[in-house]
Design a protein around this ligand. Structure first.
Ligand code: ATP
Length: 445
């Protein structure tokens, strides 16, 4: 049996070998906690975002999409409370210069003395905690002075709040309705790590649902259930998922109530999505700081005016990818040989189907190429491979998480049939070439 850190090491190595994830600027020694997604990683990432967008925007009539800019007016972050309050308590070790989050010190370890138990720092020279703001600062325009300071957004949500009236008027929605966004966010985390779990640049999928005050508790429960349903629809095992409620001292400055959906990663149960009741905090503050009214006026009863409450669902693309990869990673023995297989849900799989001529002659490559062309025309991501033994080619596709492999063999020529191998059951089925695209389409959802 392997422990969690072995499993993470093997997953990280698979991700590099097969082109899911590379360290950023690797040839220069890497950038701390920033990652690049390779050819398979970018497909997985697109599929995660596509599944989210479909569930949150396209399949509903009460949520609108938005893509707000990363750079926003600096007053946004004063109004939102991020300039004053988006901080973590930082502790330094004067001796070895290590840095820790004060709220995680009990589980932290002195990097110089790895034999010590977590939380043991007797003869270390730790400073008192001081507040460290997690927002990246830069300057707008050619002058680097305090008047030109601007921030990289640490969350996409504020773009939805400042556009509340724009979206409301343009879409003619009525409360309750939501605004969904997928986009980059940046946080100068003190203790990033665990591969793509906590990074300094990451992508979020956030939805702000505006509701009438007093109905917020009900909507909160609704979104909790919906989001758990969504994660499970990606094939992530239910027994590896749970809710965790934030205690009063863990609540963010804007939140009335907050639940995390946690996944049991190899390094322990950790958050990958948050569901928050942000009350009317953000809209009220923007109304105050901008001087613009951000009320909602009920179109039927025009005397009914209020600042809506917001239920937010916020999840990181990288964290969904990591949970899906961990959940899918299996090592097993097949016919006396070890195989590594990623049992990714077909909707998430970067390549849906491999097309493999058994040998490179007798018309097999030409027939395989014709089949691949059909997949291309149908918008189904496929992969043609004629290099190496068929066993090796199957193994490569198993590691890439490809759910189906089509083999063109001797019988294909005469009977116009191919075999389809199922990644998980290893069953091979002979089917007619006519209708192959529909056969695969039905199975990839
Ligand atoms: P954590 O407690 O892990 O720092 P958080 O509670 O600050 O996260 P939120 O502000 O609620 O996180 O952000 C919403 C989601 O964005 C998180 O559930 C997570 O999926 C993702 N996320 C937040 N910070 C990071 C990060 N540094 N790297 C990757 N994803 C992140």
């Amino acid at each position: 049996m392997s422990n969690g850190s072995d499993l993470m090491d093997r997953l990280v190595s698979l991700c590099k070998r097969r082109g899911f994830v590379f360290q950023s600027s690797e040839i220069y020694g890497g950038t701390g906690s920033v990652w690049d997604y390779g050819p398979l990683g970018v497909e997985l990432q697109r599929n995660v975002k596509e599944a989210w967008w479909r569930a949150m925007v396209h399949e509903r009539d009460d949520i609108e999409g938005l893509d707000a800019a990363i750079l926003m007016h600096p007053r946004v972050w004063e109004a939102s409370g991020h300039v004053a309050g988006f901080t973590d308590p930082l502790i330094d070790c004067r001796a070895c210069k290590a840095r820790f989050r004060a709220d995680q010190i009990e589980s932290a370890q002195c990097p110089r003395k790895p034999s010590r138990r977590p939380g043991e720092f007797e003869d270390c020279s730790l400073t008192e905690p001081r507040q460290f703001n997690l927002m990246f600062k830069t300057f707008m325009g050619p002058v680097e002075d305090s008047a030109a300071v601007i921030y990289l957004r640490p969350e996409t949500a504020q773009g939805s709040y400042v556009n509340f009236h724009n979206v409301l008027n343009a879409s003619r929605q009525r409360v309750p309705f939501g605004i969904a966004q997928v986009g980059k966010a940046f946080r100068n985390e003190i203790t990033p790590g665990n591969f793509i779990f906590r990074t300094r640049e990451f992508e979020q999928m956030e939805m702000q649902f505006f509701v009438e005050p007093g109905t917020d508790d009900e909507w909160f429960e609704y979104w909790k259930a919906k989001r758990m349903e969504w994660v499970q629809s990606l094939g992530i095992r239910a027994e590896k998922l749970r809710f965790d409620e934030h205690g009063p001292d863990e609540l963010a400055h804007y939140a009335k109530r907050a639940f995390d959906i946690q996944y049991e990663f190899p390094f322990g149960w950790s958050e990958f999505e948050g569901i928050h009741n942000r009350t009317d905090y953000d809209l009220r503050r923007h109304q105050e700081y901008s001087g613009r009214k951000l009320e909602y006026v009920d179109p039927v009863d025009r005397n009914k005016r209020y600042i809506p409450y917001v239920i937010e669902t916020a999840v990181g693309v990288g964290r969904v990818m990591l949970a899906a990869l961990v959940d899918a990673y299996h090592e097993e023995e097949v016919d006396g040989e070890q195989r590594v297989v990623l049992r990714l849900h077909p909707r998430l799989a970067p390549i849906k189907v491999a097309v493999l001529p058994l040998i490179r002659k007798d018309g097999m490559p030409e027939m395989a190429e014709r089949i691949q062309k059909e997949f291309r025309a149908a918008g189904i991501n496929s992969f043609y491979d004629d290099a190496g033994s068929i066993g090796k080619r199957y193994r490569r596709m198993d590691e890439a998480g490809t759910p189906f492999a089509i083999t063109v063999d001797g019988e294909s020529m005469s009977g116009n049939t191919v075999t389809i191998r199922d990644r998980d059951t290893l069953q091979q089925e002979r089917v007619s070439v006519d209708g192959l695209v529909e056969f695969i389409r039905k199975r990839i959802g």
